[in-house]
Design a protein around this ligand. Structure first.
Ligand code: NAP
Length: 326
């Protein structure tokens, strides 16, 4: 099979290569997926650049956790009836050397989730990280049904799904964006109020939109940049759910947080508990089957152009960046 690999961390064009490797064989409990698409997430880029750790956990890495394709072989203990199933993947490159930027991936059967026939393989490559993260940020701890929610970065891969999931349970959704085009995306996803965070006073606009109360939950894309605004915008006893941050270490305003009884609810989608994972998979599958979820697809690249795909993510591409496999 053709596979993209890297054997050291560094800039995309210096470390990523496309090579020929033997087709993998599924072990017991695994399925083999003939991949059609592979999703590129900021996380894949951070790992490849060495931002998380300069040392590689494996001598050779095939990147990307997200992807979609068709099961073409199964290992012992997996029903042969799974062969031919359209599926999407989660955590394919988390704690594993071989992700989805290849012709095939072998994975534990549970990490290949049925993809409804109405959902494209491109959309299927957006689910493992962006959609599951958004679903959990909205649904965790009792969810936000009928509540007020601020989704920062409401046109981002995660944010765009978060707006939709929050809206779907009857939340009033406020989204921040940085341009008119992103405002249109957030509105089309269901945001009731859209704020340009580069030009407007986010806290003042949030308070005005909530009759001075503030929101019940902030779903935060960049805690480092926005912690002061998040504290200002959330109401007492509210949640700040930071899933992203532009800096690894940040000071947390203690008084502002403690006086409001704010709950900071950090999480990373890779490490959901089995119960949370099961709930998220079930909730997302229901949303996919309902057929109303919008998928914001970004630029698409062939596998041979994987370096350009990574550079597109680094440049802040709008929409999920997809790599296609032949
Ligand atoms: N914890 C987890 O499990 C988890 C899961 C997925 C992603 N993440 C992390 O979450 C972040 C976003 O991921 P993504 O895939 O959604 O990326 P993305 O598609 O690039 O979206 C990020 C969005 O946030 C906006 N943005 C950037 N800085 C902002 C700020 N200071 N305030 C408000 N909006 C801002 C961007 O637009 P503008 O630049 O135009 O403002 C963009 O629309 C990344 O850091 C990623 O690593 C974490």
């Amino acid at each position: 099979m053709q596979a993209a690999i890297y054997e050291r961390t560094g800039p995309a064009r210096e470390v990523l290569a496309v090579v020929e490797l033997p087709d993998p064989t599924p072990a017991a409990g695994e399925v083999r997926i003939r991949l059609v698409t592979s999703g590129v997430n900021p996380s894949d880029v951070k790992t490849r650049t060495g931002l998380r750790s300069a040392a590689l956990p494996y001598p050779r890495i095939i990147p990307h956790s997200d992807g979609a394709g068709v099961i073409d072989a199964v290992g012992a203990g997996v029903p042969a009836s799974r062969i031919g199933e359209r599926v999407w993947t989660w955590n394919a490159a988390w704690g594993r050397a071989h992700g989805t930027a290849a012709g095939f991936v072998t994975l534990p059967s549970a990490q290949a989730v049925p993809l409804p026939s109405s959902i494209s393989f491109a959309a299927g490559a957006c689910l493992g990280i962006p959609a599951l993260t958004a679903w959990f940020a909205v649904a965790m701890d009792g969810g936000v049904a009928g509540r007020d929610v601020l989704v920062t970065g409401g046109a981002g891969a995660v944010g765009h799904y978060a707006v939709q999931f929050a809206k779907a349970v009857g939340a009033r959704v406020i989204a921040t964006v940085s341009s008119p085009a992103k405002a249109a995306l957030a509105r089309a996803a269901g945001a009731d109020t859209v704020i340009n965070y580069r030009e407007e006073d986010v806290v003042a606009r949030v308070l005005a939109a909530t009759d001075g109360r503030g929101v019940d939950r902030v779903i935060e894309v960049d805690l480092a940049a926005n912690i002061a605004a998040a504290i200002g915008a959330v109401k007492p006893d509210g949640d700040i759910v930071p899933y992203g941050s532009g800096a690894w270490e940040i000071p947390v305003p203690f008084i502002g947080s403690v006086l409001k009884n704010i709950r900071y609810r950090f999480f990373i989608v890779y490490n959901l508990s089995p119960a949370d994972r099961a709930a998220a998979l079930c909730g997302l599958t229901r949303a996919l089957e309902a057929g109303t979820l919008q998928h914001h697809l970004g630029p698409t690249f062939a596998l041979r152009d994987i370096a350009a795909a990574h550079e597109a993510v680094e440049a802040g591409a709008t929409g999920n960046v997809i790599v296609t496999l032949d």
